[in-house]
Design a protein around this ligand. Sequence first.
Ligand code: TRP
Length: 329
Amino acid sequence: MSKGRILSGMQPSGRFHLGNYLGALENWVKLQDEYECFFSIVDWHALTSSYEDTSKIPERIHEMAIDWLSAGLDPEKNVIFVQSHVKEHAELHLLLSMMTPLSWLERVPTYKDKLQQLGVQGKDINTYGFLGYPVLMTADIILYKADTIPVGEDQLPHLELSREMVRRFNNLYQPIFPEPKPNLSKSSILPGIDGRKMSKSYGNDIPFAASPDELRSRVRLMITDPQRIKRTDAGNPDVCTVFTFHKIFNGEQSIEIAQSCREATIGCVDCKKRLADKMVNDLAEMHVRRLALEANPGRVKEILVYGAERARKVAASTMEEVRQAMHLA
Ligand code: TRP
């Protein structure tokens, strides 16, 4: 039995790394069996902070679709679609924008932060579209009457605003929409190969698309306990990046691995090999799916066309109700 309806979205902002997968996508893959799910590649949202050069969008959408599908999101179980393929998002965004007080948008904590942060990088996003980011996000959600929204902690202020907007709409016109509540994805605890936060800009990431060989070579580059110089030195797993990965990928067995490190019965080379073997094994199925999709770009397009058709049906019916409620039918 389905628990409810989920909608979530991600901006197509370039290839995933393993941390992105463990943070959000892995959660989505679990949720797909329990809920009726809509997952959207939100290309219009990507424009809110990056509107000048739009040339990479098609390629990024394609890459994101491959990341999602190879992670195991099933295009039959879920509705997987591109936001801009369903024009109803724009219509609902416009209607919601009429009833959203400016003060609500200006007080979203992420608004001023990001404005300032990107301003420092020389990006001018003092735009109408950027201020309206949470309005567009609300339209995404309520167009499908979603009640459960898997997001990271950073999105909580946006969801709070979505709930306020739903209450406002329901009071002003007709009670059409459920209030969306968050389903928090655990933030990824996976560090980069140098132990800092995993980030493409630090060059310490492990690409989600990595082949078995690439995975092995990234693991080989991981920073271990700097005090452990000779093979016979006892190591301290608590300061070792390889060990942090063991805890994530090898669960219970990491206890024994930590012990062997402290007693110097395993060396770093073998310890890394053991980790790489496990990661390659865990990610093998995803890699096989990825190769198949990469060999067949037409199939990826088809899946997105099919998803948009299914999304549009639901969106069109919600918009009928909205127009009725607002005397715009
Ligand atoms: N704002 C979200 C993010 O950057 C992406 C997003 C757009 C979204 N629309 C959404 C998330 C609707 C959940 C529901 O992560």
